[in-house]
Write a protein that binds this ligand. Structure first.
Ligand code: NAG
Length: 272
């Protein structure tokens, strides 16, 4: 049981770390607060009972929630984590989290991961994806989700522009539990906006043709997309940080395990 004082200290450290994140240069780099970095590297390993070989035997009930309303995105994230040595079943949690009005996606993702961990009382991953069209000053960026919901035809936005270039950015934020400083990693994939082609994938995959490819994401197999995508780059950085070590990840989650605190005034549940 953690005391209130410690929780306050953690929040304060969190605020300091969040500030440190602000001061970091932008780009496809990992934004890792020093405290969490040190914690992950030096965490004392708990003595755990020998694990049964059964696949169903979840490590001490550590279940990581992935915040999304999109089952295909969830599956993609599981596949990518598996490719990177972290074969973890994630549990989908479809909740609306307060979103910062903010143009820096790393900060949006970090804030959402904090809220998600508090709401779940356990580890949570959020993915904040931006799609930035260079001809129109990087819009819609993090607002892509609302453009999609309004069925805006992205390729038509660029009709009057010669520059069809764009980049996709995924910010993955992982919180091992309530009160923890989230780890935030960003991955970028450059490409071009084209007329929709292909039937696989999801979201705007059909209008995004990544650099060096003749196919849109929606024309590619899942493996081909995951070899180059913004999301796989960001998740690979997270996996690297955790040394592709499933036990390290589980220990980190257990360190912050607590009872769920439902922040009903801040989080609206669509499903339970
Ligand atoms: C994307 O393009 C920008 C500039 O056009 C470049 O600086 C960056 O390295 C590229 N990133 C990737 C992942 O190709």
């Amino acid at each position: 049981m953690r005391s209130r004082k410690l929780t306050f200290t953690q929040l304060w450290l969190g605020a300091v770390a969040a500030f440190a994140v602000l001061l970091q240069p932008r780009a496809g780099h990992a934004l890792v607060s020093p405290r969490t970095h040190a914690a992950a590297a030096t965490l004392p390993r708990r003595r755990r009972p020998a694990r049964a070989t059964s696949e169903d035997d979840h490590d001490e009930c550590v279940i990581i929630k992935f915040v999304t309303g999109n089952a295909m995105k969830l599956r993609e994230v599981e596949e990518i984590l598996g490719m990177n040595g972290l074969p973890l079943p994630l549990e989908m949690i479809d909740i609306d989290l307060d979103e910062l009005q903010e143009s820096q996606p790393e900060k949006i993702a970090a804030a959402k991961a904090r809220l998600a961990a508090e709401a779940c009382g356990g580890p949570a991953i959020v993915d904040d994806t931006s799609l930035c069209l260079n001809a129109i000053g990087g819009m819609p960026g993090p607002y892509i989700k609302w453009f999609q919901q309004s069925k805006v035809e992205l390729h038509r936005l660029l009709t009057d522009y010669d520059d069809k270039s764009a980049f996709a950015q995924s910010c993955i934020a992982f919180s091992p539990g309530p009160g923890a400083v989230p780890l935030v990693f960003s991955g970028v994939c450059n490409g071009t906006i084209v007329s929709p082609r292909g039937g696989s994938g999801f979201g705007w995959d059909a209008v995004f043709q990544p650099e060096g490819s003749a196919e849109t994401f929606a024309e590619m197999s899942g493996e081909a997309k995951n070899a180059i995508s913004h999301r796989s780059r960001a998740l690979a950085l997270l996996a690297q940080h955790l040394k592709g070590d499933r036990d390290l990840l589980v220990d980190l989650c257990l360190e912050y395990a607590t009872d769920p605190v439902f922040l009903e005034d801040r989080v609206h549940y669509r499903e339970t």
